[in-house]
Design a protein around this ligand. Structure first.
Ligand SMILES: NC(=O)c1ccc[n+]([C@@H]2O[C@H](COP(=O)([O-])OP(=O)(O)OC[C@H]3O[C@@H](n4cnc5c(N)ncnc54)[C@H](OP(=O)(O)O)[C@@H]3O)[C@@H](O)[C@H]2O)c1
Length: 276
């Protein structure tokens, strides 16, 4: 029986992973800000569901809850760092609290969770660490700068971590969905555009959930399959919109970089050129 540890298990993708794992017959250590939101699941699944209150902005609490989860289970096979949020608005218009709150949740929270999970995974001889990233960790949409900053940041952190912990039998998966029909877009804060940005690139229409190609159940299912596979990819790109947009963006970026070869090489030389 597989045991899962999940953050942000109250709703959306995190809850869906928890429910699908429970339906498979697995054990779930679910963490969320209001554990009572899982009362129904607790009644249905009894002691296969373990729950604790956890706000991922609280590093001391992450440490305590993680230690307790490993102590209360024989082993934890998969840790899923899922909790996250978005703020829509022009980069200039965001408040300090919005910048710091998004970074604290999506980036610092995920880093601190990984730092607390790795020693336990290493001690038990391995496991899987799954980090929810996004197609927004490869490309950007105007009006979503701070979200992209956190997802691009987490991509860099996890690519590095993955290499460091692979010798301990710890596999690392960055899950990169497209736009998924969850409560994410309703929950996201909207910062009113200041006058200079109205009608500009940041003044994009709010994405309509009904137009999004991906279901949370499909994303959760693919994530579970990857986490349980023998050789999961470092990056798990999910959904048709993400596949099309990310492959086109990365191709375009490569073409632009390759076009700069001569400038790049020329910059190795001293400037101005030293006379012999
Ligand atoms: N939906 C998409 O289109 C999409 C696409 C790509 C990637 N993702 C990523 O997938 C992950 C889950 O998103 P979702 O679509 O399932 O969003 P969601 O439906 O809004 O769920 C977000 C979850 O994160 C939790 N959360 C937020 N701040 C938290 C904090 N400080 N501490 C603990 N939990 C916190 C929420 O808990 P509360 O109920 O307490 O607020 C909720 O459980 C996120 O990392 C998101 O960036 C989503």
């Amino acid at each position: 029986m597989t045991t899962w540890f999940i953050t942000g298990a109250s709703r959306g993708i995190g809850r869906e992973i928890a429910e699908q794992a429970l339906r498979r017959g697995d054990r779930v250590a679910a963490t969320l800000r209001r554990p009572e939101q899982l009362d129904g699941l607790a009644e249905e699944y009894g002691d296969r569901l373990w729950r604790r209150r956890l706000d991922v902005r609280d590093s001391a609490r992450i440490e305590a809850v993680m230690a307790q989860a490993f102590a209360d289970h024989e082993r934890i096979d998969v840790v899923v760092s899922n909790a996250g949020l978005g703020v829509f608005g022009a980069a200039e218009d965001l408040t300090d609290e919005q910048v710091e709150g998004t970074v604290a949740t999506n980036l610092t929270g995920s880093i601190q969770l990984a730092r607390r999970a790795v020693p336990h995974l290493r001690a038990q001889g391995g496991g899987v660490f799954v980090q929810l990233s996004s197609m927004g960790g490869h490309l950007t949409f105007p009006g979503f700068a701070i979200y992209h900053a956190t997802k691009w940041g987490i991509e860099g952190y996890f690519e590095t971590l993955a290499a460091e912990v692979a010798p301990f039998g710890i596999k690392t998966v960055l899950v990169e969905p497209g736009m998924v029909r969850t409560s994410f877009y309703d929950a996201a804060e909207r910062v009113p555009l200041s006058a200079p940005y109205r009608g500009g690139p940041a003044d994009a229409p709010r994405p309509r959930v009904e137009d999004m190609p991906a279901s949370q159940s499909g994303v959760a299912h693919a994530t579970i399959e990857a986490a349980l596979s023998d050789d999961p990819p470092l990056r798990l790109l999910l959904n048709s919109d993400a596949y099309d947009a990310v492959t086109a963006t990365v191709r375009g970026r490569l073409a632009s970089l390759v076009g700069q070869r001569d400038t790049a090489y020329a910059a190795d030389a001293e400037y101005p050129a030293l006379s012999a």
